[in-house]
Design a binder for this molecule. Structure first.
Ligand code: NIG
Ligand code: FE
Length: 396
């Protein structure tokens, strides 16, 4: 079926950005067209340009999008949105002087969400996550990646991956969900080491779920006190044997060589990168691995931000995602976060929009089928200029 939209106030084609593989972008790479029209089918864009030049064959089926902006679909490529309970108390503790890792070591952090999540009823987890997805979608986000990782037992993690699979079929095709297996999120206290946990829970469950065909990617928290270089090697080697793409939480609290490790394994993305040093940046710059920055986490934890400009200038492919989770970033609005972060990251407008659209899509290994976000506004600038205001509209 062919869809045709005309009279679009502003269409951001990102044509230059697409040609340049999302790197070394200049403002013109946004490919803005005012008073635009577009015709597309399921697989590709058939025509785009000025509304006044819309070929006759498309004119009769055109729907007017006067006073609307159209962009490539907004993608949130990093969330942990299946969890129970909340950690509002930790936000207060941090304001009052405690540090994320200190709170985690004293029984808070991921392990406290684990206690709330592992016994939660599957239906309750599904319903809560469903409401969160509806809210995120209401901002104009059309694809959402979701990581498991708040149960940390064999049965619990199986349950979380199945909840994500159920969410995926529930929301398809309106919202595209990507199911990332992240049982390697933290080590519960009853395991003697991270190695023990990886061998007992992560690897066997990964094999089992991969054989059921419900996993799109594998992620791991590579960090002091969480998972080591060897743990990553083992997990990624198995994932690759199973033909599943890998991603990594890298260099969040220290420069642990996570960036280079990501590149070595041809990871789809290396995420966080708050502490990545020059060597890591150089490795990422020359790779296909997308650098996924999560500005909300730095703001929420009061940590310094990733060195975005260094990465961009080095030629790296940069995405922005929310990291929505109960502990380190309880903000789910990627447009708010990206608009807030861009002036600090010193990103130009093309870098900002590529970061939440085409580069975020590549961070999930998705193809470029035509999917769009639509906003009631006259220019894309209005959207990022008004932090936290929701301009998204849905046509159905
Ligand atoms: O991406 N870094 C690991 N995982 C999350 C934090 C999860 C939590 O604190 O619950 C993150 O920041
Ligand atoms: Fe995360």
């Amino acid at each position: 079926m062919i869809t045709v939209w005309s009279d679009i106030s502003e269409l951001a084609t990102l044509s230059g950005a697409t040609k340049k593989d999302g790197r070394n972008l200049l403002p013109d790479d946004l490919g803005l067209i005012s008073d635009a029209a577009i015709a597309f089918d399921q697989d590709k864009i058939l025509w785009q340009g000025k509304s006044s030049s819309l070929p006759q064959q498309y004119q009769h089926s055109a729907v007017s999008l006067k006073d609307h902006v159209v962009t490539p679909e907004i993608v949130d490529s990093h969330t942990h949105l299946v969890f129970a309970g909340n950690r509002a108390d930790e936000y207060k503790m941090r304001l009052d002087g405690a540090d994320y890792q200190v709170i985690a070591a004293s029984g808070g952090g991921i392990l406290s969400t684990m206690n709330a999540t592992k016994d939660a009823d599957e239906e309750e987890l599904f319903q809560q996550a469903k409401a969160r997805i509806e809210r995120i979608h209401s901002y104009g986000v059309g694809t959402i990646e979701i990581k498991s990782g708040y149960a940390l037992t064999l049965e619990g993690e199986r349950k979380l991956s199945q909840v994500i699979a159920r969410l995926k079929s529930h929301f398809s095709p309106r919202v595209r969900i990507m199911n990332t297996f992240m049982a390697a999120h933290a080590v519960p206290k009853n395991f003697k080491s991270s190695k023990d946990y990886i061998e007992t829970i992560v690897l066997p469950l990964l094999k089992e779920l991969a054989s059921k065909g419900i996993i799109d990617a594998v992620d791991i928290f590579h960090e002091n006190g969480y998972f080591s270089f060897d743990d990553v090697e083992k997990t990624f080697t198995l994932a690759q044997d199973l033909g599943i793409a890998v991603k990594i939480h890298a260099d969040e609290f220290g420069d642990n060589g996570g960036a280079a490790l990501a590149v070595k394994h041809n990871a789809l993305s290396a995420d966080h990168l708050l502490c990545t040093g020059d060597k890591g940046i150089a490795a990422l710059a020359n790779s296909k691995t997308v650098c996924t920055l999560l500005p909300g986490t730095g703001y929420f934890l009061g940590k310094p931000q990733a060195r975005a400009r260094k990465l961009l200038d080095a030629g790296a492919k940069v995405a922005i995602a929310s990291d929505f989770n109960p502990g380190s970033c309880h903000v789910d609005n990627i447009l708010l976060l990206a608009s807030l972060a861009a002036p600090n990251y010193k990103m130009n407008s093309a870098e900002l929009w590529a970061a939440i659209t085409i580069n975020a899509r590549d961070a999930l290994g998705l193809d470029a089928s035509p999917r769009f976000s639509i906003f009631k506004a006259n220019s894309i600038s209005e959207i990022t200029y008004s932090w936290g205001r929701n301009f998204s509209v849905s046509l159905t």
